[in-house]
Design a protein around this ligand. Sequence first.
Ligand code: FRU
Length: 784
Amino acid sequence: MSSLNNTNTTLHLYNLNFTLSRQFLSLVIVFLTVFQNFSCNKKVKEKHFVIGFSQCTTHDVWRKYMQKEMERELAFHPEIKLIVKDAGLSSDKQIQQIKELMDEKVDILIATPAEAKPITPIIEEAYSKSFPVILVDRNILSKNYSAYIGASNYKVGLDAGAYANSLLKGYGNVLEIGGIDVGSSADIGRHNGFKDCLKQYPGIKYVARLSEDWDASPAEAEKDLTNQLIKNDDIHLIFTQNDRIGFGCYKVCKKLGIDKKIFIIGVDGLPGQEGGIDLVDRGILKATILYPTGGKEAIRTAVNILENQPYQKENQLYTSIIDSSNVRMMKLQSQKILSQQNDIERQQNILNEQIIIYNNQRTFNNILTIALLLVLLLGTAVFFSWRKNKRITKKLQTQNEEISRQSSQLIEMSAKTEEAHQARLNFFTNISHEFRTPLTLIFAPLGELIANTRIQQDTRQALQLIQRNVMRLYRLVNQLMDFRKIEFKKMKPHVSETDLVSFTKEIVDSFKVLAKNKNIDLQFITSERSLFVWVDTTMMDKVIFNVLSNAFKFTNDHGLIHVTISKTNDNALIRIEDDGIGMTKEVIDHAFEPFFQGEYENYKGTGLGLALSKELIELHHGSIIVKSQRRKGSTFEISLLPGNAHFEKSEFETNSNKETVINEDADIYTTDLYNINNIPAQSFGAVLPKYLTLLIIEDNQEMRDYLNSRLGTDYNIIEAADGNIALQNAFDSVPDLILCDIVIPGKNGLELTKIFKSDVRTSHIPVVLLTAKDQENQKIEGME
Ligand code: FRU
């Protein structure tokens, strides 16, 4: 039962595991789907573009302002990343950097070419390779770009010229000062515009142009300008290409003490301290031409291109002149713009912080949602598996109960079967016991009758036949009784030291007559003079006798039976070998089981002999085995231990138990078989009371009379001439035995037997079927 419970538990756990793993799998799928959704959302958010920005230089304040504008605009596009490369006003370096940006596969290229001509091919190359290219502030010499953003430098020059003319009222000498990037489109445009404008005013003389690096080496630039101003002491106006140069010029003029008489016009008009507006306001510059950076517009155009939105190729930004007439307003406006820009930056910082917080919270929320979802799903799974397990447990419980019920039923049934078996055995034992006395009483006078010399030969032969059969019956009865004793562990050996050689030889000798009659080669073989073993002689006698009888039973005339005594590993070995009909494997396997009958039609026995022999040998702690082959013969080997250490004290023969042995077991089926004159004759001639009743069912009057005459002396006889009377008598008198002819009127013998055996009143009564027909099928039917 416990193993059954274990199995159930395993089954239960297996089911639980299976349920959980199945539900867990579903959970994982759901989780993965949810996770994938989250990941997808994230992907959309995380998708970013890269803008590669090739700046001719990043060092001056105007360029810084441009970049600031770009970043401010990019703050609205967190998905866009900006990479800035500073060419340091070197075209070669800028070409290299643009190549690098292309290699990095930026999504869009923004460039402010240091010089127009050298940079044109690389911009065209990028454009031809499908990179969207935006030019800001400065242009190239071709139109192979996506968009241009910037004010007209030529117009800046024109405006500067016109303003100079108005300041000088048509007469004066002017100087132009630019940076070192003379090849840039800005420089070229401004220079051309200025010069073209002055052509209209013959009173204004364009004295010279200086190109200095005011951003990197202002001292040198100042020196050059000083020299120039000393050389040309009648200069009335200086046009500087940006406000920073203008401020530098002012400082030089101031040093020379000519600051009051020279007008300076700058370009850029940046807000902030020392920006162009501030310089005009302070009177340092006479005017500045507002030149927007285009940083914000460049980013907006880039976003449009990236998002496949419409955009314009040429985007001209507006310029305007700032002088004393509008500078206050411009300053105010620029201050306001600056403060607004500061506010925007602050807000953007706050926004960025908020975005970080929001992102963190979103991540946390996502995790929390997933966790909650998981908890919910797990909870559901646990609930369902709990419910399912509960159902399984209940089912298993019911099954367990059913199994327990069946097993107790089985126990009950087997107890009943055992009880029935015992009852049957008891019945046979009791009846065997009852048979012993009458058999003895038959046997004794029979012996005397046979010994009588006056009887005729054929009568003697008939009597001898009777005697042999009586002996057979007697043996059977004794075997049954012995077996019963063993079953109840009542039988104990009473061992004494015995010479196995002489003991066995004596038994073998007693079969000599039989062997002679059957022409069997019976031999007793041993190389031992004597071999002493501790045995219960009565038991050993029964065993050897039984095995030998078997050998004779299954050995045909002219066969051989050899009995060998030997010593192996100190054990004593009795080998009984025959060349008889042998046994099949199946018969060998069951040979020692009680009531087992081999399938030998002509050799039916009790099925007890070998079983009993085995039990008796085991009482001696010995062994009996059989080796056999069908049609080749059988060999039984009995092995006995040396010495007597294996016996209990109570198992040694004493005078008292010796007597008991004799009284109990000195019966005709063993030792007395070979000396039939030893049959007890104590009750010969005595008239016994009739204890038992026999029902004779026989339609033949003569046969009935004969049976009555032979059995009537010892038993009460009831007769029945047909089946119906027989039934009546059987139920009325419940006889101890029924002798029944098979062929009778009314119900026949087989039908009657069936009724007797199925009726509780008569089922215990042994029925002996009589028939003249010795047909196999009738025998089988009768047995059934
Ligand atoms: C800055 C700068 C500005 C000018 C622009 C022309 O590098 O010199 O001052 O307006 O470039 O491209």
